[in-house]
Design a protein around this ligand. Sequence first.
Ligand SMILES: C[S@@+](CC[C@H](N)C(=O)[O-])C[C@H]1O[C@@H](n2cnc3c(N)ncnc32)[C@H](O)[C@@H]1O
Length: 198
Amino acid sequence: MELELILEELERLGQDNDALATQRERKYLNITRDTGQFLAVLVKASAAKSVLEIGTSNGYSTLWLASALPDDGHVTTVEVSPQKIEEATSNFEKAKLGHQITIVKTDASSYLKQSDQRFDLVFLDADRSQYADVAQEIVALVRPGGLLICDNAVSHASELEAFMHAVAGTEEFTTALVPVGKGEFVACKRAPMPTNSD
Ligand SMILES: C[S@@+](CC[C@H](N)C(=O)[O-])C[C@H]1O[C@@H](n2cnc3c(N)ncnc32)[C@H](O)[C@@H]1O
């Protein structure tokens, strides 16, 4: 199925479902379309090949990230809900992007604490209350020169204040608050200075 049709279908599903669902776990809580477009621009502009997403839901944002990657690029996406994982897996297969996506079925904080991989781009869209406690682990996953993006930076600014402050305060990052969708906190990790031999 064509990617654009799948994205449109998921947007309709997200709106209809989230308007009716009473329990938070039943909602998809997808990023907005303009956030998806923004993420795709960031992936392409930074020539990212390895992406980490925390909070897959049914895979709407993952599809934006994966579709912007080159053929040898890969998204690792972390999700704890078995039901959402099942739906996301089916959506990735429909979009023929499954081979570029790995879903890690675990709690985000345990993944962050045990992973020693480095990613070109890290996108955070899960349990905001955890971020500040694992800020060091999160920033360690971003390779030098890479990007960290956090959704809901305007819609839930107070919940994210401590985390954004921790990242912006390191001097390792250049940061911006971008008023797209629910507000994106974008942080670029300092790259090593080139030496004379470079
Ligand atoms: C806002 S939704 C993600 C939406 C998705 N990024 C999109 O735009 O399509 C947050 C997701 O994070 C998952 N989640 C919440 N807490 C988590 C945790 N501690 N570890 C892993 N996933 C978690 C939820 O099950 C939910 O599917």
